[in-house]
Design a protein around this ligand. Structure first.
Ligand code: PHE
Length: 449
């Protein structure tokens, strides 16, 4: 087998892992779900899900990948040769990757469209009705929706074929701090708008009556989606980790940085939502309406707005490349396909499946299943079903089959790190608490009790 590629420095590992975690999930999905699920209560459940389930699963996944040094399917074959069942985790991840990309590339397309719109001055307003019309015109035009998605697919294909994904990583390393700074500036503006306090209350003062089983499952699903876990992305990235990398510390840092970006996005958006009279429960359009309004009300806003959408687009590319890595690593390692062929095949499937998602506000709006259009269905199936299921299986694999001694060896770098207590606690979480929490939330959501 060809020499496997890997990350070249411990800092590079951190950046690449962060590049996978930070993306549209922070800027687009977190605010919109917080808005539709009642605010602070949702945030609280999401935080708990991240700590009690997300972080342990993330650490376990990276460890499995680094130990096996292979793609998400082969890793389970290598680590458990006598129980072929476990490699279904990898196959489920493959399905999740394709479903996520089918709608994620569409949202990334909207971001690219907003880069152009911000340049042409089409976004200069704080009026909710006008903002809604601008977004509506984009998503309800079949040609525009498709073209922007295809642009994103072509761009990601090009990045991989030209072999410049390392370039993207290098760029992300420089651009990520800039996105962070811009979000802070946005927060300051948003928080000083008249009426901002109501937005803060919405985000931070929980109303427990709004927490129902649907909210619990959505928050859990978001925790998985945000940390890129439950589907083999972190496992695949783990397989490129260096032997001396401290996995628990790296994972905890990524989680904290990722949470900060989401919270900043929330604090940039919700005060403005209330100040300008937007609807917090607007759904996927929330960010695209509110962010331009905040920029419009600050000096030099139009330049910063363009910069913001460019940076968000770059962040989304980092996440897309990491999702693509799951099928691409599988095809190259298991079928000996070239990276180019594997990428093109995956992108072709995504273009096919992505079309009904991107047209779900126009031509395919009546194609529904369980009351969800293709866009929402792909999102629901991946975040709320496949990722948590993958999470349960990873917990069961590590907690009941792989066992504490091997977990200990994997996470202490064969004894080089003194983290025995931490690993012990993590093992209890992985064996009992995390899987039980996921099972309870999933069963409750389907009304089993
Ligand atoms: N975590 C990414 C985001 O928030 C999305 C993602 C999901 C990436 C699953 C990889 C795997 O944008």
């Amino acid at each position: 087998m060809a020499q496997r590629d890997g990350f070249t420095s411990t800092f590079g590992v951190l950046v690449a892992t962060l590049g996978s975690a930070v993306g549209l999930g922070n800027i687009w999905k977190f605010p919109y779900l917080t808005g539709t699920n009642g605010g602070a209560g949702f945030l609280l459940v999401y935080l708990l899900a991240t700590l009690l389930v997300g972080l342990p699963v993330m650490i376990a996944e990276i460890m499995l990948g680094r130990t096996a040094r292979a793609n998400a399917v082969s890793s389970f074959e290598i680590l458990s040769p006598r129980q072929p069942f476990w490699k279904s985790i990898g196959y489920m991840g493959l399905v999740a990757a394709v479903l996520i990309l089918a709608f994620y590339t569409e949202v990334a397309g909207w971001v690219f469209a907003y880069v152009v719109k911000s340049l042409t001055g089409a976004l200069g307003h704080t009026d909710p009705v006008a903002a809604k019309a601008t977004f509506g015109a984009l998503v309800s035009s079949p040609a525009q929706a498709l073209l922007w998605q295809w642009l994103v697919l072509a761009l990601t294909g090009g990045i991989i074929m030209l072999g410049v994904s390392k370039g993207i990583e290098a760029a992300a390393k420089k651009l990520m701090p800039l996105l962070f700074l811009l979000l802070i500036a946005l927060c300051v503006r948003s928080l000083t708008l008249p009426g901002a306090a109501e937005g803060l209350r919405f985000l931070f003062a929980p109303d427990f009556t709004k927490i129902n089983t649907g909210v619990l499952l959505t928050a859990l699903g978001l925790a998985f989606f945000k940390l890129s876990i439950g589907m083999g992305t972190m496992l695949t990235y783990g397989s490129y980790f260096r032997p001396e990398q401290n996995i628990p510390t790296t994972a905890a840092r990524v989680m904290l940085a990722d949470l900060s970006v989401s919270l900043l996005a929330g604090m940039a958006i919700f005060p403005a939502v209330f100040a300008f009279g937007f609807e917090p429960a607007a759904g996927p359009s929330l960010v695209f309406m509110t962010i331009p309004a905040v920029f419009d009300s600050m000096p030099g806003g139009s330049i910063f707005m363009t910069l913001f959408f460019v940076l968000t687009a770059v962040a989304s590319l980092g996440a897309i490349l990491s999702i693509l890595e799951v099928p691409v690593a599988m095809m190259t390692e298991r079928w000996s396909w070239s990276r180019r062929k594997a990428t093109l095949a995956t992108l072709a499937v995504i273009a096919l499946l992505g079309a009904p998602a991107s047209l779900s506000q126009s031509l395919t709006q009546h194609w529904t299943l369980f009351g969800l259009n293709a866009f929402d269905l792909f999102d629901y199936l991946s975040s709320n079903v496949l990722l948590p299921l993958g999470g349960i299986l990873i917990c069961l694999f590590v907690g009941w089959h792989y066992g504490l001694p091997r977990l200990r060896a994997g996470l202490s770098n064969d004894g080089a790190l003194d983290n025995g207590k931490l690993v012990g606690a993590l093992f209890v979480l992985l064996r009992y608490i995390s899987p039980l929490l996921i099972v309870i939330v999933m069963f409750k959501a389907i009304g089993a009790f």
